[in-house]
Design a protein around this ligand. Structure first.
Ligand SMILES: Cc1cc2nc3c(=O)[nH]c(=O)nc-3n(C[C@H](O)[C@H](O)[C@H](O)COP(=O)(O)O)c2cc1C
Length: 193
């Protein structure tokens, strides 16, 4: 697959190095070149940029327009509480990225709506990662055990009706990341008669 982008966008080692415009091809490049990064520069993501990413996430598809997604940008005090809840070993992994966002879904208790709202929230989380990538940032969707515990959920203020979906790590890149294998398209696509 030829991933070369039309001017002014360029790909270096498979990574799009210019912000995206609105053309469909640019979206395809972003989708193909976004990678999970687990190492970051120390510089935090600007608050304004975080606001842009989370604002964009609201445009995820959403049945019945329930707006189920919730995002909490983790500040220094919340990070300390979360690290305390995680314990010393797991806490070190929470220091990897300069910016962390807890993504959760506010659920109603209706089984079908909740299933769809979880899907919608996962889409919203992906938008955050994709939009971060399009701005030259990198990220990582993590599901650490601490955020499945009552202590961890309390540390970041999750309400009883909220389901934890992902802890989004965001930051500036320090290295290239090679793409992990995907199953060939033919293995997962069926055109039904
Ligand atoms: C719902 C979800 C949960 C994930 N949780 C973790 C995690 O806890 N730890 C981890 O290393 N990666 C986690 N990931 C990231 C995947 O490991 C990663 O997307 C996968 O290796 C493919 O790499 P790529 O993102 O560069 O395409 C998660 C991804 C998703 C969608």
């Amino acid at each position: 697959m030829d991933l070369r982008a039309p001017s002014p966008h360029r790909l270096i080692n498979g990574r799009c190095v210019r912000p995206l415009a609105s053309a469909a091809m640019d979206v395809e490049i972003a989708i193909r070149t976004r990678r999970t990064h687990k190492a970051y520069a120390s510089k935090p993501v600007a608050r304004e940029t975080l606001s842009e990413l989370l604002d964009l996430a609201r445009w995820a598809p959403n049945h019945n327009l329930t707006n189920p997604w919730r995002f909490r940008v983790v500040g220094p005090k919340a990070l300390e509480r979360l690290k305390l809840a995680a314990g010393p070993e797991a806490a070190t992994k929470l220091d990897r990225a300069p910016s962390l966002v807890v993504c959760s879904a506010a659920l109603s208790g209706d089984e079908l709506t909740d299933e769809e709202d979880l899907h919608a929230t996962a889409n919203a989380a992906y938008i955050v990662l994709l939009a971060a990538h399009s701005r030259g940032l990198v990220g990582y969707w993590r599901t650490p055990g601490v955020l499945r515990t009552p202590e961890g959920q309390r540390a970041v203020g999750l309400e009883p009706n909220e389901r934890f979906v992902g802890l989004l790590y965001l930051g500036h890149p320090v290295q290239e990341q090679s793409p992990p294998e995907r199953a060939p398209a033919a293995d997962v696509i069926t055109f039904l008669d």
